[in-house]
Design a protein around this ligand. Structure first.
Ligand SMILES: [Zn+2]
Length: 160
């Protein structure tokens, strides 16, 4: 019993934070995430006969949602908040998104992470024909402010 949500998505942490420190945030430790390390690399060039570093990509730690199945996850936001507080304390910066798809048809939301801050956003289902009909109505309303003909042989509603 309970309400299940399917989560997905990931955030990227730069510069990366090593596995030992990230351990408490993975699924083995009762957290919701799976940690992936992407190593950085350096670009070197010969400059005046010397091998010189001209590019330094620090790599990143990627935090994925850690389960394939739907979970209850009522405290998902708390896990994200704890993770982001830790990332900030380490002097790194996190960006990305986690998506949530709940059991109810219209229960779609996401957590948007921007520079260690996060916000929650609810999604809405938009059917293309409804959007088109709404735009067509708006076009006619705007048209009536400048032209009295309805139907109008001169101006064509681009949404009809
Ligand atoms: Zn007109």
């Amino acid at each position: 019993m309970g309400y299940y949500t399917h989560f997905s998505g990931s955030i990227s942490i730069v510069p990366p934070i090593d596995d030992a420190k990230m351990k408490p945030f993975d699924t083995d430790h009762d957290s919701y995430f799976r940690i992936e390390q992407k190593p950085g690399d350096q670009t070197v060039q010969m400059v005046n006969g010397q091998i010189t570093v001209v590019g330094n990509n620090p790599g990143e730690t990627i935090v994925h949602f850690g389960y394939d199945d739907s979970i209850k996850g009522y405290d998902f936001q708390d896990h994200v908040a704890r993770l982001l507080a830790f990332v900030a304390a380490e002097g790194s910066v996190a960006n990305g998104q986690f998506y949530a798809d709940g059991e109810e048809t219209d229960d779609n939301w996401r957590i948007v992470v921007e520079n260690n801050a996060y916000g929650e956003e609810r999604g809405e289902i938009l059917f293309p024909s409804d959007v088109r009909s709404h735009k067509a109505d708006a076009w006619w309303a705007a048209h009536q402010t400048m032209c009295s003909m309805d139907p109008c042989p001169t101006h064509k509603n681009p949404y009809e």
